[in-house]
Design a protein around this ligand. Structure first.
Ligand code: IMP
Length: 178
């Protein structure tokens, strides 16, 4: 285990098992719909890569990038799109793939923004959800794990751009970010 990690929340095996379940559900739900999966960079890159391997459907993969926490562990509430979609999602079934749902401000903003393109449907798939911290109403259709209010890293999630490469999700020691 990395020395900055207090404890492991989800091992590689636990993540794989849960993501396979999510993929099976989505495969069943989107039969005949050719959905577009939209990963929110950077945090979702690892989740997206593993999730897509469990999806047995004709589908497309897109990425968007939004500004996030910077070097702090608290959100400012400001959301800025730094990389937009390469395609038109009008009349398409869109699924936003996110690493973690915290205040909900990022996804609330993204959903409103993407709804402007008039997709046939739009749903959220988040690997982690911290419902205690919600400030904007967001209802993910697919959630990997509901977690308590702690700062987590690994499996794509960072603190100050570090720890994204850890293969598990762990709670960061508070002394690292305080
Ligand atoms: P929200 O807008 O507050 O829901 O924040 C969502 C974004 O905040 C995520 O995509 C992450 O980039 C970041 N975030 C929130 N909580 C954590 C955490 O515990 N670890 C790492 N990043 C986090």
């Amino acid at each position: 285990m990395h020395r900055d990690v207090e404890r492991v929340l989800y091992t590689e095996e636990a993540l794989k098992e849960r993501i396979t379940e999510l993929g099976k559900r989505m495969t069943a739900d989107y039969q005949g719909k050719n959905p577009v999966f939209i990963g929110v960079l950077k945090g979702s890159f690892m989740f997206m890569a593993d999730l897509m391997r469990t999806i047995d459907l004709p589908c497309e993969v897109e990425f968007m990038a939004v500004s996030s926490y910077g070097n702090k562990s608290e959100t400012t509430g400001a959301v800025r799109i730094t990389q937009d979609l390469d395609m038109d999602i009008e009349n398409r079934h869109a699924i936003i793939v996110e690493d973690i749902l915290d205040s909900g401000l990022t996804l609330n903003y993204l959903i409103n923004y993407l709804n402007g393109s008039k997709p046939a449907s739009i749903e959220i798939c988040t690997l982690l959800d911290k419902p205690e911290r919600r400030r904007a109403q967001v209802n993910p259709k697919y959630t990997g794990f509901t977690i308590p209010d702690a700062f987590v890293v690994g499996y794509g999630l960072d603190f100050a751009q570090r720890y994204r490469n850890l293969p598990y999700i762990g709670i960061l020691k508070p002394e690292v970010y305080q």
